[in-house]
Design a protein around this ligand. Structure first.
Ligand code: COS
Length: 380
């Protein structure tokens, strides 16, 4: 049986996230984009209303929301601002490897404290010289008695430097390739960590993106998730899940592009009538609507597979790549509908385009998504 309706709880969640975007995100989005600053008050408010760290499992005291729930929330929050949504989304990204690769005891130890106060998590895989080839990581982890000693530099880390916990992927022996990798939880207060905020990003400027430096950082040996050799696979299993919220966020951006275009097209007159009466504009609106509808279905289907415990690598890659490209096109067309006004900051559409560009790059470039999809096709 196929049922496209949301449950009453899901409708409430959607309304909560929609109100949150309208009241807490949209009013400050431009300001924080211009300031290139993380709006911590949004993290506090999200914690207060229950929209932060929602994937922490129930046995660790969290809400343990399903992936479908995450998709519903993600579309609404990104409608407000993709950069601000990235702060919350990246925290779920930092939580997911603990959920995927950790024991119940580790879930309680690392994730329960995140719920006590407004707190963020982070996921540190990419390095200055390794992005797509994630297994080629150079950050090292050496077991010294009862402690791991971590050295190296991680790059492009969302929430890097402010997160309470960071899951760091490292190698114990580079010659072993992915079989030498480990995933280790590093608390913020472990000495030897420093970070550099990356400035002058094209978009998503309200989210903090950092370079993280680890110099002889020592953590207990019990902070490893899984065992030696599991790091890369934990990262892959994580990304198979967390690419879906990127897809959902992209749908939110596209819906915003559509709404802004509809509003403007009704107001703006040319040749004696509103531009919404011209087919050239109507077709753009119709294309955007087609994209929103198809993108949302893809994101929901991938999420449904996750929630059913079914294989979902290809579907999450399809949703991520399709939705981010669809939303890029929708934002681009929204600027075109707005003409010259779309090109300046007075209207929000230029920001949509700047923000959505990153959705084609982070959590695996869209070229890597195609690699994942093609490998699944050829495996069959
Ligand atoms: N789930 C579970 N295991 C997986 C997996 C997945 N989705 N993908 C690969 N693996 C396993 C493979 O089965 C293989 O295991 P065995 O050696 O035991 O058979 C191992 O991992 C290595 O896999 P593979 O040889 O396919 O790895 P590659 O080095 O060729 O890399 C890609 C595969 C390119 C897909 C991977 O490096 C990738 O996703 N890169 C992008 C990273 C990324 O998204 N970065 C963004 C960071 S967050 S901003």
């Amino acid at each position: 049986m196929i049922d496209f309706s949301l449950t009453d709880e899901q409708k409430q969640l959607q309304q909560l996230a929609r109100d949150f975007a309208r009241n807490e995100i949209i009013p400050i989005a431009t300001e924080y984009d211009q300031k290139e600053e993380l709006p911590w008050q949004v993290v506090e408010k999200a914690h207060e209303v229950g929209l932060l760290n929602t994937s922490v499992p129930e046995h660790a005291g969290g809400l343990g929301l399903s992936m479908i729930d995450e998709v519903i929330i993600g579309e609404e929050l990104a409608y407000g601002c993709m950069g601000i949504y990235t702060i919350l989304m990246a925290s779920e990204l930092g939580i997911t490897p603990v959920v995927v690769g950790g024991t119940e005891e580790q879930h309680k130890r690392f994730l329960a404290p995140l719920l006590d106060k407004p707190s963020l998590a982070a996921f540190a895989l990419s390095e200055p010289n390794n992005g797509s080839d994630a297994a080629a990581m150079n950050t090292t982890a050496v077991l010294d008695g009862d402690e791991w000693v971590i050295n190296g530099t991680k790059m492009w880390i969302s929430n890097g430097g402010v997160a309470e916990i960071t899951v760091v992927f490292a190698t114990v022996d580079k010659s072993l390739g992915h079989r030498g990798t480990v995933a280790i939880v590093v608390p913020k207060d472990a000495p030897g960590q420093s970070y550099n905020k990356i400035r002058h990003k094209l978009g998503q400027r309200a989210s903090l993106t950092s370079e993280l430096v680890f110099e002889d950082v020592r953590v207990p040996k019990e902070n490893i998730l899984g065992g030696i050799g599991d790091g890369f696979k934990i990262a892959m299993k994580t990304l198979d899940k967390t690419r879906i919220p990127v897809a959902a966020g992209s749908v939110g951006i596209a819906r915003r592009a559509l709404d802004e275009s509809l509003r403007y097209a009704r107001e703006r007159a040319a040749f004696g009538r509103p531009i919404s009466e011209f087919q050239a504009i109507q077709f753009k609106l119709a294309e955007m609507s087609m994209g929103v509808e198809t993108g949302r279905l893809m994101a929901l289907k991938a999420a449904w597979l996750v929630d059913q415990g079914l294989p979902h690598s290809a579907e999450s890659a399809i949703a991520k790549a399709y939705c981010s490209e669809m939303a890029f096109d929708a934002s681009n067309e929204a600027i075109q509908v707005h003409g010259g006004y779309g090109y300046v900051g007075e209207y929000p559409v230029e920001k949509l385009l700047r923000d959505v560009k990153l959705n084609q790059i982070y959590e695996g470039t869209n070229e890597i998504q195609r690699v994942v999809i093609a490998r699944q096709l050829l495996k069959k």
